[in-house]
Unconditional design. Sequence first.
Length: 261
Amino acid sequence: MTGPQAHGGEAALHVHVPAELRLFLPSRQRRRAAAEDPHGVSCPYDGTSSLGHVVQSLGVPLTEVSELRVDGVAAPDSHRPPDGAHLTLTPMPRPQPLPPSAPTPPRFLLDVHLGALARRLRLLGVDTAYRNDADDAELVRQANAERRILLTQDRGLLRRRTLWLGAYVRGSRPDDQVTDVLARFAPPLHPWTRCPACNGTLAAVAKEQIADQLPPGTRRTYQTFTRCVACGRLYWAGAHHARLTARVEAARRASEGEGPR
């Protein structure tokens, strides 16, 4: 008996893609998936490709899938399904369990397009590495060497087989991206402890030690300062502090599962 046929007489698989993963599908297939086709998205199949290849050919990075099932039975991404099989993708749970080799708390590395997110995470005290000049190969090497979770919106980068762990960041606005990362990985928050510029740790410093480095107005107005132990930048509760405090409070509520106020 032969399996169902795709257009042009090719064999096909039927892939059920849950709502959480449909953003990765091409628009035509996204519309079909949203219509709740009982057979799932039809995917041409050559009879030899692995499950992982099939899923990623649809645009879904394997980093976003926690389990693959073939005709109801869990299967590894190396499995080669039979023609006409029904595949079911299960999205990563939130928070996502991390492998035993992952540091605790988790550390992150962001690609060149997520600079605003990097600053927001550092403001919250989350260990976040970022460079605006690193290419894909460098990012993968650093993520593997330092056991950092690579965060990106580049699906091609997530498909690199040598990458130990990565995740797609949802949202176009930094606030939405922060909420997504906190929901997925639940890192502990320690606001005001990291340098937003370089990720170094901040330490209290006496005003008299740094008075000659301060603008006259700042020297007259503020009494409490911290300094980055890595790059030496100075911080104080200046004009933007209220806005930054609101961001920290919103992120704290999001991490605790509270709604916006």
